[in-house]
Design a binder for this molecule. Sequence first.
Ligand code: NDP
Length: 501
Amino acid sequence: MSQTEPTSAADPARVESGDVLHFIDGAFTASANDQSMENIEPATGQVYGSIAAGGPAEVDRAVEAAHRAFPIWSKMAPSDRAARLLRLADLVDANLEALARAESVDTGKPIGLARAVDIPRAASNLRYFANAVLHHHSEAYEHQQGTSRALSYTLRQPRGVAGTISPWNLPLYLFTWKIAPALATGNTVVAKPSEVTPVTAHHLAALSREADIPPGVFNIVHGRGAEAGAAIVAHRQIPTITFTGGTATGRQIAGTAAPMFKRLALELGGKNPTIVFADSDFEAAVSGAARAAFANQGQICLCGSRILIERSIFEKFTGAFVERVRSLRQGDPQEESTQQGAVVSRDHQQKVLGAIDVARREGGTILCGGEAAPAPNDRCRDGYFIKPTVISGLDENCRTNREEIFGPVVTLMPFDSADHAIHLANATDYGLAASIWTSNLNRAHHLADRVQAGIIWINCWLVRDLRVPFGGMKQSGVGREGGAEALHFFTEPKSVCLLLD
Ligand code: NDP
């Protein structure tokens, strides 16, 4: 079995040569059978590295290592665990440029977005949970039963090995969102990033050694979802599974994990409404709706993919919105001025273009976009680009307005009243997020109360405090991440009652 000493994560040459290996028991290692997959740069369509393709054998080894490490890590003082995670956050900051470049190459997202959002947020996730665990307190109740007085308190103990499975759209951002609370609370981890975007997780593994996180505490098994991912979900010695990804995959995972009585968090898809009232700040609403629709090429679960507009401003809004979308600069993700990069893979490009065809067949009017975008330069001639696409003329019941597309595609629908807006907003099986644009505070509160979504933004989008619960209702998921919810998820409560007198 080959083992490879990592070079510095900051070394961009490593990204170029890009052999992504499993990280098990503190060492980089290939798959037992040496199987690997190609890693493709979405902006160019070219292979630029290889990824170890793991399965049950690698997951077994990672779980064994995680089990061996659990007694040491779980008994370590929380402040010592926190110090290591804070060091890891500092190392992410110190490697910002190389990590942002790696994320941009691996995903096709604009380098500016990776630098401003993805990588800083990964550091924030680590820092937030390292600090949060130090301030996490237990409940205690003094109570009387008959003539006896007692004190009941709750211990919250780490649950063992946590399996974390994360998607390709915000790779390091969502990877750390899961491992940080798991590790901070004393669990050890077997993590699987998406096979499509594994590079920054690979670099984080190298940094974790510099941060003095002991071998076996944090393991990564790379590979296909149906092999490495499924092996994690089915492993008898992983009692906790946290998954972010598509609803269909979530259903499959629940089917395996539920009969094993695993604790399960599922953060799934969305079909989020952006609701614009005539009394909103028009310019702010246009630019907020455009950002919500097309950030990261529309590949964020929180993207507002259905814009509901009060009928009195429908035409004016549509004109201004389409003009705004046409002005988005699509380009090579490595260029600083690029606002729209490539979508993540050829398969995904075909899936999104197929969804646009469905919209056409359903009678939708394509106001702009609607096709693959020409290559922005010669380097990107085989890349996966789609023009930002705006569609009108469809009602709330069609596939285009009900199924998640997860690409640079948005629909526009008019509404006549607040109740009508609520009806349209809720006319989907999803319930992840909504953003409401209005200057009427009473109306904003009314909609926040009635719209079925786990996260509501008023006059903003994607403004996040890491302390608040994060997640969706209906088919957008089960459970919540963030803040105390995550600290509870990764710990087992044990109620202790002590007789006082
Ligand atoms: P997938 O569901 O295809 O994959 C998510 C992760 O699960 C990947 O690591 C994947 O591995 C893995 N996986 C796939 N099949 C299995 C399986 N049978 N068992 C275990 N693991 C498996 O989603 P995408 O990666 O395509 O991500 C896009 C989806 O994620 C969208 O629906 C989006 O809405 C959702 N999402 C939800 C968020 C939320 O917080 N609610 C946030 C971000 C995205 P591999 O890729 O290697 O196949």
